[in-house]
Design a binder for this molecule. Structure first.
Ligand SMILES: C[S@@+](CC[C@H](N)C(=O)[O-])C[C@H]1O[C@@H](n2cnc3c(N)ncnc32)[C@H](O)[C@@H]1O
Length: 271
């Protein structure tokens, strides 16, 4: 990874480490939206119903930094194995853990120590025993191939400095027939990288967003089929929070891992 990409990743880590500390002191965090810089809209609100929110530790809810509710489309079943990419304070891990039950398993993957500590504390408070938080990068997932039934992620892939690697890794760790249920920020196809950067910071989930066409092409290149990207609400002008769904075909045996799609959203970080 180039020096500039490493710098951007470090900026992302620092921002979410600070958000985790704020959440653990019960100050509402809202970095993947307004709050940290005050320059971007709040992307997070309103996607979990009151019953879901009230069943979780307050710190897990306060640490919620997503831009949607990936569980709304993931259709989790008892006994399934789930992986949450960029699990943050653990809100989607804990909700998934309930849905898959004691026979299931939920992994939360995050690169930020402070977030992992917060998520583990929240899991302890919630009494969740079928969860495991892993430290690592979504571009190099620390799990073997064909391990998980479902990958969820909430407003994280836009933050990656190597999105083709993320798509290839998701494909690798999913079982054949496995599926994606992802919330992410996606930009309309006419927007240039500069226009995306004008609308908000990379670390606030805006400047690094892929175009709809890039997202689709990246997933297809990794081998996914049944790709659907459905906008749900506006994140910035001509940019949307969206639900991304796709499937790893049953006949798939190995990731194609051909990173032909580059992140054109930020020439300064992803070259
Ligand atoms: C916007 S927050 C979303 C957290 C959580 N999904 C939620 O909905 O509250 C992004 C999270 O992804 C993590 N993250 C960002 N880039 C990552 C990467 N490349 N690898 C692993 N974790 C990453 C950050 O540490 C942070 O916890």
């Amino acid at each position: 990874m180039g020096e500039q990409a490493q710098d951007v990743r470090e900026q992302v880590r620092e921002r979410y480490a600070a958000a985790a500390v704020r959440a653990s002191t019960r100050a509402a965090a809202s970095c993947c939206g307004g709050g940290c810089s005050g320059e971007v809209p709040d992307l997070t609100g309103g996607w979990y119903d009151e019953v879901e929110r009230s069943s979780l530790p307050e710190e897990a809810v306060l640490a919620s930094l997503g831009c949607g509710n990936p569980l709304a489309v993931a259709e989790l079943r008892e006994g399934e194995t789930v992986l949450d990419l960029g699990s943050g304070g653990g809100i989607d891990v804990l909700l998934s853990a309930r849905r898959v039950g004691p026979a299931g398993k939920v992994y939360g993957l995050d690169m930020t120590e402070e977030m992992l500590a917060l998520a583990q504390a929240n899991a302890d408070k919630a009494g969740a025993t079928n969860v495991d938080f892993l430290k690592g990068h979504i571009e190099a997932i620390p799990l073997p191939a064909d391990r998980v039934d479902v990958i969820i992620s909430n407003c994280v892939i836009n933050l990656s400095v190597d999105k083709p690697a993320v798509f290839a890794e998701m494909f690798r760790v999913l079982k054949p027939g496995g599926r994606l249920g992802i919330s992410d920020v996606v930009a309309e196809d006419q927007l240039t990288a500069a226009e995306r950067a004008e609308r908000g910071e990379y670390t606030a989930c805006i400047a690094g967003a892929l175009l709809f066409a890039e997202y689709r092409a990246g997933l297809a290149e990794a081998g996914f089929t049944g790709i659907e990207i459905t906008p749900t609400h506006e994140a910035a002008e001509n940019m949307h929070s969206a639900i991304v769904r796709a499937t790893k075909p049953h006949e798939a045996v190995a990731s194609r891992a051909l990173p032909l799609v580059t992140n054109s959203t930020s020439g300064e970080c992803c070259g």
